[in-house]
Write a protein that binds this ligand. Structure first.
Ligand code: PMV
Length: 323
């Protein structure tokens, strides 16, 4: 019984993924671009064991109920199908997200599970195949297979929707600061939030067109090393995503007053000469995209002004098998 252990880092999208074109296959409505983060990752160990009568899933040392493990089991079914096995598995996962970060993520979780489970099942998948597999667990996990800057091509079917590394101009030395506004679990998960937006928001079609154009512009800005454009596109993609949820029926938003105050503060810091831009995902926490040069000062000033916890990270490596 081979035990395989994998580590995958979480990622934060500069150009967001929001809304599916296909629910079952998790094909996104638009392409997205993210930065993998060194500081936050998940370690997952998988063993397929003929002695087991069901999958078991232990998270941060706690055995999870079958209900909580259902998404893991569904994912393992994909791996079993592909490997032609029926054996149940023991899955042990540990999230290494500093408790202060408040950004536990399904991206690192399903990327680590995809790598560990496929390796334990004897499958030898290419990085592209791994990305397509991880995508089936959680869309953003397709991007966590790779390090540094990553693009997830939306594609049109299971074969063409995968992520790959996006080379960027080396003069961009980027940092991400995760600011904790609220570390309570979100009330509307991304899956449900996306569905409601796709089904009811009149802004959704506009979001798809504008965000796809932003993804193209972002590739150019990253290649040029144009930080001001990279930052502006990052803020706008986030704001367009959040606008699409506010126009859903019933409307909802993940942002809190402090989240918006942080967007304003990033603009104020820019006036004072700092290169810093805000983004936010399916929750109130704000992530600040900045440069290695400005990161320490920005972190200090944000902590002092808002009295919040914040953690900084640089770009992180691709998912890999560890001992
Ligand atoms: O992969 P999911 O289903 O957790 O969706 C993530 C969606 C956002 O985090 C809001 C945006 C993104 O591109 O990561």
């Amino acid at each position: 019984m081979k035990l395989s252990k994998a580590r995958a880092h979480t990622n934060i999208a500069l150009i967001k993924y929001w809304g599916k074109a296909d629910q079952a296959l998790i094909l996104p409505a638009t392409s997205s671009i993210s930065m993998t983060l060194a500081a936050f990752y998940t370690d997952t160990a998988v063993t397929f064991d003929a002695a087991l009568t069901a999958d078991t899933f232990t998270l941060d040392g706690k055995l999870q109920s079958p209900q909580a493990a259902a998404r893991v089991t569904q994912f393992l079914d994909l791996v079993r199908q592909r490997a032609g096995i029926a054996t149940f598995a023991r899955v042990q996962s540990d999230n290494h997200v500093p408790t202060a970060a408040g950004l536990a993520s399904s991206a690192s979780a399903f990327a680590a599970l995809a790598l560990a489970a496929s390796d334990a099942a004897g499958l030898e998948l290419t990085p592209t195949e791994l990305s397509r597999l991880a995508r089936r667990g959680s869309g953003s996990a397709s991007r966590s297979i790779f390090g540094d800057m990553v693009i997830w091509h939306r594609g049109t079917d299971d074969g063409s929707s995968f992520a790959e590394p996006l080379p960027i101009n080396p003069k961009l030395d980027l940092r991400m600061i995760a600011v904790v506004v609220d570390d309570m679990p979100k009330s509307i998960g991304s899956r449900v939030g996306m569905q409601r937006t796709v089904a009811t928001s009149p802004y959704f079609p506009a979001w798809v067109t504008a965000n796809e154009a932003a993804a193209s512009a972002m590739q150019q800005a990253l290649a040029d090393g144009d930080m001001a454009t990279v930052g502006a596109l990052t803020e706008r993609s986030a704001m367009m995503m959040h606008a699409s949820t506010m126009a859903a029926n019933p409307p909802f938003t993940y942002l809190q007053p402090v989240s918006l105050a942080l967007f304003d503060y990033a603009a104020e810091l820019r006036v004072n000469g700092f290169q810093v831009y805000a983004t936010a995902d399916a929750g109130p926490n704000v992530k600040l995209l900045t440069t290695a040069q400005d990161a320490d000062r920005v972190l200090q000033q944000v902590q002092a002004k808002f009295n919040v916890r914040a953690v900084m990270s640089g770009p992180g490596p691709a998912a890999r098998i560890i001992d």
